[in-house]
Design a protein around this ligand. Sequence first.
Ligand code: HEM
Length: 142
Amino acid sequence: MNSDQCCRVRLSIEVLRGIERPFALLFFGKFFELDPSVRALFKSDLRTQGDRFMDFLNTILAHLEDPESIRTLLEELGQRHTVYGVKLEQYRTVETALIWALSQALGADFDGPTRAAWKVAIESASAVMQSGGALPPPSGPE
Ligand code: HEM
């Protein structure tokens, strides 16, 4: 990502500070509407799940200039997602739901270049998770 794109994504996450929980619920609401079958995969309560998702989003955003430094972290997250029962096409649905939630929360701040920057950030993280998801699952304790 170029530095303009990194700045745009970081600026919009600043706007979400303090409203992470309602934002996460907005996102999950859209995600479950787009694909009702995924609801059953979530065993944790949605507040916990929302906090984890937002924390991880912050981790991704903190490493936009150096995505290689979190490649292993993302691959392992992707491996766990395969174990959760996530299918490849559902990554596209997450991306759509996240972009939609951002457009609702940010309103006029979510202009064309900002949307494009978020798409690059999400799609690249998602691609690494998917490649990790295709790896054999980590072997558990003997
Ligand atoms: C950019 C894409 C995604 C990111 C960054 C992400 C992030 C996370 C994180 C941080 C967790 C916490 C648990 C862990 O660390 O293993 C998690 C759990 C989970 N995610 Fe995702 N996720 C993504 C895509 C998806 C997709 C496409 C699905 C499709 C259904 C999904 C379903 C789940 C489920 C079922 C759990 C476990 C929930 C539970 O503990 O009950 N995620 N995700």
